[in-house]
Design a protein around this ligand. Structure first.
Ligand SMILES: [Zn+2]
Length: 293
């Protein structure tokens, strides 16, 4: 079954307005088959919880300008037909906070929805089965489950690794969360050039500093759905595409430079931008065990 979803609106002062950028999300909706059966690259979107904000002032928005004020939070599994798998981002809620009662745990202002390992199991994977793991940047809402992937290969910049493994890790994290990664096999992500994950140009990690010095986006070239860029935190809301807002505690000029770089790339490849924290767009995407290919 092929379906096209047009996500074409954002809320502006309570009014739904068309944006200059239209997201065409074309995909083949299929229930996952066992891993490795497909000849095509697959992208699975997993729901790694929700961030419950009351105010979006730090993102430059007045009350009512962006609705809802909740932020989605995804984890993404890319399955290459012959060269392994990549987990992109690891959520805000560590799976080990889930108790037996299936009551969604909370951490700071994040709330769990389904444990990550349960979502992976649904599509036939355990954390140890994953080839590569990486995070878009070293913020608490993207790294909480990295500890589960300590037996895989960690694609990581020197900055991120030093930050997470230091005794003074990022806000809202603590050293014990990353202790398991100390001896993990790593491949260094350069800060000044792209990194081709599988060596065939299908999946590329692209430096986009600004939100943090180590921020990156992920380009995935899907055969049927076309090229998709996963935003990390380069943007937080679809409305940022109109306003070019950047968070008030990040490097504005550097962020705007990365915005321009990614917009030029999207134009060149006719790609789609999936904004991780945009609640409305994220909830329009198919979730695992369905996939994009
Ligand atoms: Zn984030």
């Amino acid at each position: 079954m092929t379906k096209s979803i047009f996500v074409k609106s954002v809320c502006l002062a309570g009014t739904v307005v068309a944006t200059a950028s239209w997201f065409l999300l074309s995909a083949t909706a299929s229930i996952a088959q066992s891993a490795g059966n497909s000849k095509d690259l697959r992208l699975y979107v997993m729901d790694c919880g929700v961030l419950l904000y009351r105010s979006l002032a730090k993102f430059g928005y007045k009350p009512g300008e962006v609705k809802p004020t909740d932020l989605s939070n995804g984890c993404y599994l890319i399955v290459h037909p012959t060269k392994g798998t990549l987990l992109w981002d690891a959520g805000a809620i560590p799976d080990n906070l889930w108790g037996n009662a299936d009551i969604p745990p909370k951490k700071y202002y994040a709330e769990g929805i389904v444990p990550l390992n349960k979502q992976l199991a649904q599509i036939g994977y355990k954390p140890d089965d994953i080839t590569y793991v990486t995070a878009s940047h070293a913020h608490w809402d993207h790294v909480a489950n990295l500890y589960q992937f300590a037996h895989d290969t960690w694609l990581v910049s020197n900055y991120t690794r030093d930050k997470l493994l230091s005794q003074d890790p990022p806000d809202k994290t603590d050293p014990s969360m990353f202790a398991a990664l100390k001896d993990t096999k790593t491949i260094n992500l350069p800060d000044d050039k792209d990194y081709d994950v599988f060596g065939d140009g299908t999946v590329t990690i692209i430096p986009t500093p600004g939100h943090t010095p180590d921020s990156r986006v992920l380009l995935i070239k899907l055969r049927k759905s076309g090229p998709v860029v996963l935003s990390g935190d380069l943007y937080h809301f679809a409305r940022d595409l109109i306003t070019n807002n950047v968070q008030n505690d990040q490097n504005g000029p550097q962020s705007l430079g990365s915005h321009a770089k990614v917009q030029a790339l999207l134009k060149e490849i006719h790609g789609k931008l999936w904004i991780n924290h945009d609640y409305n767009q994220f909830n329009s995407l198919k979730k695992a065990p369905l996939y994009y290919d």
